[in-house]
Design a binder for this molecule. Structure first.
Ligand SMILES: [Zn+2]
Length: 80
């Protein structure tokens, strides 16, 4: 059971593959090989990584959805 709570991330300092516990996601960890500091990030789920771009895209999608809903609302009120 306890073996499944790790993910693998490459150390940016020494390039070794580190097994990091998922509970350290988003936190600063120290590489056990070179003592370099890094932020634990799951490479599969990009939630903690380059999220700024995705957030902007999602916000834009929300805006489009809102204006679409607004349009539907307006066209409905225009009905006889
Ligand atoms: Zn390292």
């Amino acid at each position: 059971m306890s073996n499944s709570t790790y993910f693998v991330q490459e150390c940016p300092t020494c390039g070794r593959r580190l097994h990091i516990r998922v509970e350290y996601l988003g936190k600063a960890v120290v590489c056990q090989h070179c003592r370099g500091r890094l932020i634990a990030r799951d490479p599969a789920g990009n939630r903690y990584g380059t999220g700024a771009m995705e957030d902007a895209v999602l916000r834009r999608a929300d805006e489009l959805l809102e204006s679409a809903a607004d349009y539907v609302l307006r066209s409905r009120t225009a009905l006889p």
